[in-house]
Ligand binder design. Sequence first.
Ligand SMILES: CC(C)(COP(=O)(O)OP(=O)(O)OC[C@H]1O[C@@H](n2cnc3c(N)ncnc32)[C@H](O)[C@@H]1OP(=O)(O)O)[C@@H](O)C(=O)NCCC(=O)NCCS
Length: 183
Amino acid sequence: MAHIDAKSIDTSGFAFVIRNPDPDESTEILELMRQLDSETEYMLREAGELKMTPEQERHFIKKMLDDDKSLFIVAEAEEKVIASLAFHGNHLKRYEHQGEFAMGVLQAYWGRGVGAALVRTMLNWASENSIFRVVLKVVSDNYRAIKLYRRFGFVEEGRLIKDRYYPDKKEFSDSIIMARIKF
Ligand SMILES: CC(C)(COP(=O)(O)OP(=O)(O)OC[C@H]1O[C@@H](n2cnc3c(N)ncnc32)[C@H](O)[C@@H]1OP(=O)(O)O)[C@@H](O)C(=O)NCCC(=O)NCCS
């Protein structure tokens, strides 16, 4: 079971809690995802593209909590879920030492250490669970995210040319694969 102990954090006067989400929070988590999708181009989906129902999201949260190779954590501040990180592991023996994650913080809360706290929590959990290789994909001009990942020891492993397409702008962008390998 990928459960963590809830952790209270205070970065220069800004207080928040890192914890697992509860399946009963599925509606709130979907609202967070929709807001993240509409606030930046760096998430996976176009604004409005997320079609999951609260029941499907409840099932997803439960599945993540029951999976000992995956981790789903959120940050809560001012009685609101403001960020999330989902790490997906692998159960095949040849790949169970690794996994991939994605994350997002609501724009109003950027630059307060929330992203760093989520990454730190995930990496601690990964090393306690014999997961040594952590991978992510980031848009090549997402300098804020790249800086954060570098700070935690992620290095560039490769570049995916024209990996994304933005229908509104009719433009492509490259993605960078980053990984952190720590035994
Ligand atoms: C990337 C993201 C997760 C960072 O979260 P955050 O809570 O703002 O992160 P933190 O406050 O912990 O740290 C941000 C770091 O970026 C730095 N930063 C701030 N503004 C920056 C900018 N314009 N360019 C580059 N780096 C910047 C900060 O200095 C900080 O680094 P430091 O701790 O070394 O000083 C958040 O901006 C986000 O959700 N963005 C949109 C979605 C996204 O990009 N997700 C990642 C997809 S791979």
